[in-house]
Design a protein around this ligand. Structure first.
Ligand SMILES: Nc1ncnc2c1ncn2[C@@H]1O[C@H](COP(=O)(O)OP(=O)(O)OP(=O)(O)O)[C@@H](O)[C@H]1O
Ligand SMILES: [Mg+2]
Length: 132
């Protein structure tokens, strides 16, 4: 069965939106097969966001992503990787359509509530990274 790695970000925790994000996953009919709350450090973020490590805004990402707890989840279902990206909406909450998580709850391109793997291959890498 296809799997993806979903992770609520610290703003979701701070704003009390973790439950609503989980509800959207469940409403779609996908199965959460593992879940844990964690605090991330800079090392794991350099790995997880390696494609952004040389961007000028990378220190802000680290500050944001270490500002509170995240909730990591393994989510299973047919086509779950692409479907979850659609349910999340694009990176920038101002571009994201209403009805998506980011479209409904985010209004900028940094604090956007939730991470989702962008390919089946990266999903497996990320699941290994966060769940061992
Ligand atoms: N231009 C930017 N300015 C500020 N923060 C950014 C910018 N681009 C990306 N980010 C932050 O880095 C994260 C990872 O960026 P990426 O390009 O992988 O987007 P994404 O795949 O939509 O998000 P994620 O990987 O978290 O699911 C974004 O979700 C956002 O929090
Ligand atoms: Mg990404």
């Amino acid at each position: 069965m296809e799997r993806t790695y979903i992770m609520t970000k610290p703003d979701a925790y701070e704003r009390g939106l973790v439950g609503r994000i989980i509800t959207r996953i469940e409403e779609k009919g996908f199965k959460i097969t593992d879940m844990k709350m964690m605090r991330l450090d800079e090392n794991i973020l350099k790995e997880h966001y390696a494609h952004l490590a040389d961007k000028p805004f990378f220190p802000e990402i680290v500050e944001y992503m270490t500002s509170g707890p995240v909730v990591g989840m393994i989510v299973e279902g047919n086509g779950v990787v692409d479907s979850m990206r659609k349910i999340m909406g694009p990176t920038d909450g101002l571009e994201a359509m209403p009805g998506t998580i980011r479209g409904d709850f985010a209004n900028n391109k940094s604090e956007n509530l939730v991470h989702g793997s962008d390919s089946v291959e990266n999903a497996e890498i990320e699941i290994k990274r966060f769940f061992g």
